[in-house]
Ligand binder design. Structure first.
Ligand code: DGY
Length: 323
């Protein structure tokens, strides 16, 4: 019997690409270019399984292509807001993702952004590289304390909980969170976390606010001009969730007017395009969507996709089925 035809839309760590090639009639994207909508449509017509990533857009217009061969989208990533899930469901596609394995590395990047924003790390690095450092002095580049400060988490799923543990046990931070349903009592007790009943009641109490909700229509511009005004002018906003959770223009204006002290971003509206307003600001730290970018995590993400494909092609229940 011939092997199923599987396509990876981007390069993966070599070890998982090799495993995939042993198991399937696999096609790799050797030059790692982002797929156009037409290429994605052709992929859906020619492969049994297509494995997209967060950088691939799969709207209804692409998913509804006629004469599809594809039965499963094995997404390389936990977030799937780049896939129109309603359209995929309507087309009878199965979608899987990679939860769990990127929790710690993404929480580490959120902590990195928190520390960089608080202590003006990127700004200091730019200053030294530009040859503009004239030496230590008592008032140079003063910044904000992290240890003992209050961290507000918007969303309290796996990644937010990992951040809560790091921030509370590593830096003695007070943890506040908002979440539609009460959280697991074990993590609440372990981190002495306090639930707030709304974003509006959480924001004014925080020195740092970190976003951990899913992307998509329900959370688009959850952080906007109105609720940015509720933050302390000494506070910092951190986003490792999805770019469109924050109204970029409103954030740029808040940072320009020093209505908040700083922001640290790993994700952007319309990434990889960056709103040029961010680029001239010293009080924003900009990372290129590095949340899960460790060798071990990206390898584990690939392994998860392989497990989901294996289950699908052997008719078993998928470990990480979205629909
Ligand atoms: C995800 O998995 O959704 C991240 O944003 C990319 O690793």
């Amino acid at each position: 019997m011939s092997k199923p035809k599987v396509l990876l839309t981007r390069r993966w760590p070599a070890s998982v690409e090799q495993k995939l090639q042993q198991l399937y009639d696999a096609t790799l994207n050797l030059d790692d270019h982002p797929f156009s909508p037409d290429e994605m449509k052709q992929a859906l017509q020619h492969y049994d399984a297509v494995c997209p990533t967060v950088c691939d857009s799969l709207p209804a217009e692409v998913l509804n292509v006629p004469n599809k061969r594809c039965k499963i989208l094995g997404n390389f990533g936990v977030g799937y807001n780049h896939i129109d899930i309603a359209a995929a469901k309507q087309q009878g596609l199965i979608v899987s993702n990679t939860p769990g394995v990127l929790t710690e590395s993404t929480a580490d990047i959120a902590m990195t952004l928190l520390l960089m924003s608080a202590r003006r790390g990127a700004e200091g690095d730019r200053l030294v590289r530009a040859g503009q450092w004239s030496g230590w002095c008592p008032t140079h580049m003063m910044s904000s304390d992290v240890t003992g400060a209050t961290l507000g988490l918007i969303g309290f799923g796996r990644i937010a909980q990992a951040m809560a543990r790091k921030a509370h046990h590593g830096f003695g931070m007070k943890i506040l969170y908002v979440k539609p349903n009460p959280a697991d009592p074990a993590i609440v007790t372990a981190c002495h976390a306090e639930r707030c009943d709304s974003i509006e009641t959480l924001l004014p109490r925080c020195d740092y606010v970190s976003l951990h909700c899913p992307g998509g229509a329900d959370t688009r511009h959850l952080i906007n001009a109105d609720n940015l005004k509720l933050m302390k002018d000494t506070a910092h906003l951190l986003n490792t969730a999805r770019g469109d959770v924050v109204d970029s223009q409103a954030l740029i204006e808040a940072l320009q007017d020093k209505r908040i002290a700083g922001a640290g971003l790993d994700v952007y509206e319309n990434e990889p395009q960056i709103n040029p307003g961010f680029l001239t600001l010293d009080n924003v730290t900009l990372l290129p969507h590095l949340g899960s970018a460790t060798i071990a995590t990206r390898t584990a993400m690939g392994e998860k996709v392989l497990n989901n494909l294996a289950a699908f092609f052997s008719g078993e229940a998928l470990p990480d089925r979205v629909i």
